[in-house]
Each structure stands twice: as C-alpha cells, then as structure tokens.
Design a protein around this ligand. Structure first.
Ligand SMILES: C[S@@+](CC[C@H](N)C(=O)[O-])C[C@H]1O[C@@H](n2cnc3c(N)ncnc32)[C@H](O)[C@@H]1O
Length: 294
C-alpha cells in the first residue's frame, strides 16, 4: 500500500495545479475504486469548496499550499478503502443532502425506490399522514418523505443512539422538526400508536455473507447484519406488525435481490389477508416488498 505524502516543493510548480493533482490522485486510486477520476474530483471539490464543474474548468489553477496536508490525508484514507461519503461527512439521497458518519449506513440509491413508492402512495391517499420509518439510520427515508409531503407526521425509530443523534442533525438541516420525531427503540416496540405507512429498510445481509463483504469493514454491522437468513429483523417486525398498522395501511420493506421468494413467502404466511407484491429496481433486481392491508 502506498502511503507517500505528495509534497510540492515550490508553489509555482505544475504539481500544484488542479489538473496535475487530479492526474496524480487518479493514478493512486487506480484499482482501489471503480471511478478513480470521479472520486479524485469530488475529494478536491470538497476540500477547495468549489463545485466539481469549476474544478474541471480550471485545471491550471493553483491549489493553496495550506490545503495539501489535508488533501493528502483524505486521499490516503480513500486509498485505504474508506468510503468517500464518510470522508465528505455528507451524501446525497433523493436530491437532498444528508450528514453522515460511520455510525450510520451510507444512504443507497436503491433505497430511493422505497421513497418514490411511498410518495406516490401518500399522494393517492391524502388523508393518510401517519408514517413510521423503522431503522431510520441517517433519517434519509422519513426526512425525505416529510420534506416532500405537507402535514406528514413521521416517527423515525432506530435502536442505535449514535444513529439517532445524526438523524437529529438531518432533521434540523431540512427543517422538519415539527414533522419527524426520533425514537430509540427495538423496531416499533415502545410505541403505542398506529401508522398508515410503515417503511423499513432493516439490516438484511445474512451473517455469514457479511463476514466476507468489504462493506462490513467500514459501515456499522448493526445496520447490515440480518441474522442467519438475512430476514431475522423483517420476520420479527412482520410477526407483530398488526399492532402498528392501520386498516388500509401499507408496509414497504427493502430486501436484497436474492430474498424475493423467501420474503414473499414469509410475508404471505404471516399476513394472509394482505396484498403482497415485489417491485424491481432500475437494474431489474427485486428490491421492495409492498404489503397492502385490506
Ligand atoms: C440498513 S440500515 C438503514 C438505514 C436507513 N434507513 C437507510 O435507508 O439508509 C438499518 C438501520 O436499522 C437499525 N436497526 C438495526 N436493528 C434494529 C432494531 N432491532 N430496531 C430498530 N432499528 C434497528 C440500524 O441501526 C440501522 O440504522
């Protein structure tokens, strides 16, 4: 692993220029990530506090020498395969910016399917405004729903206190304090209310599979580990869901693509009166289980 610190000797040398730094960073990131040029640009844009388009349009501009040490430290962390969003401490989800930290899962584009589906249902059901976001992590699902839907009342729960502390910052960032309430609890267990819509992106990776995944090195195990078959938390939630769902309510569950059959079978055995479907994501992978109650 190369750890050398890139130090320009003289501020007028071309190495100090944006274009040269990008080339050097791209070469060092080669083989480390799938899009080395893009990651180098995003990192530099973050440190220089300039849009990526500005960086690309000004390859001849000098990087202030005071920023080199910080830039080099971040680049080395990237080379050590720390995910870029953790270095930036923020990430975009459904067009909104969210603070993130290693206490929470990095919001994934696949999860936008749940938000799209939920927003459509809320639009079609304007009187149904009570929502739960179970396992809220950064709060990206519940906050996005509240941001886009007037008069929504969201309870966002997580068992992790550090995750909830971060979600609180995101609630403030998007000014939804009066619409999103954060609760530390196991699933929904400490709540004594019912919901029109329950969204849950719970951990769903089987424990054994997780042991070999690079993602487990940096993202919280609590956000990933779905037990022996990956469905442990989903199973527990569905076993007692009747306590929390209103008649006519909808449950949305994110799954891993290989869990389509097992999660459909699980949901229909536990909730035989509900209408259950699986929606595929843009890559045509099964991604979302929808459970509509009569
Ligand atoms: C896959 S992450 C999803 C985070 C966020 N909703 C998202 O989509 O980016 C799962 C979240 O569930 C939380 N979690 C794990 N076990 C839980 C439990 N028993 N009750 C409530 N939340 C739990 C984790 O702390 C984590 O934040």
């Amino acid at each position: 692993m190369r750890q050398s610190v890139w130090q320009p000797a003289n501020s007028m040398r071309p190495e100090n220029e944006i274009g040269s730094w990008l080339q050097m960073a791209k070469e060092r990131l080669h083989g480390v990530c799938e899009t080395p040029a893009l990651e180098a640009q995003v990192l530099l844009s973050h440190v220089l506090k300039k849009p990526r388009t500005w960086i690309l349009a000004h390859p001849e501009e000098q990087i202030p020498p005071s920023l080199f040490a910080h830039l080099d430290q971040l680049l080395n962390r990237l080379i050590n395969r720390e995910p870029l969003p953790y270095l930036l401490a923020q990430w975009e989800f459904f067009g909104l910016r969210f603070f993130i930290s290693p206490a929470v899962l990095i919001p994934r584009p696949e999860t936008e399917l749940m938000v799209e589906t939920a927003l459509r249902w809320l639009q079609l059901n304007p009187k149904r405004r009570k929502v739960a976001d179970v396992g809220c992590g950064s709060g990206c699902i519940g906050i996005t729903l509240a941001y886009h839907t007037p008069e929504l009342s969201v309870i966002a729960s997580d068992i992790s206190f550090p995750a909830l502390q971060l979600a609180k910052q995101n609630v403030s960032l998007h000014h939804v304090e009066s619409h999103v309430h954060l609760v530390q609890t196991d699933l929904l267990s400490s709540l004594h209310c019912t919901f029109d819509l329950i969204c849950a992106n719970l951990p769903y990776i089987p424990t054994q599979t997780l042991l070999n995944l690079p993602v487990a090195k940096h993202e919280p195990i609590l956000a990933l580990d779905g037990g022996e078959d990956g469905l442990q938390l989903i199973r527990r939630l569905l076993q007692s869901i009747q306590l929390w769902i209103k008649p006519g309510g909808l449950i949305l569950l994110e799954i891993e693509s290989s869990q389509k059959e097992s999660s459909l079978a699980l949901a229909s055995s536990l909730l035989p009166k509900a209408t259950i479907h699986c929606i595929h994501d843009l890559s045509d992978n099964p991604r979302l289980i929808t459970i509509q109650f009569p």
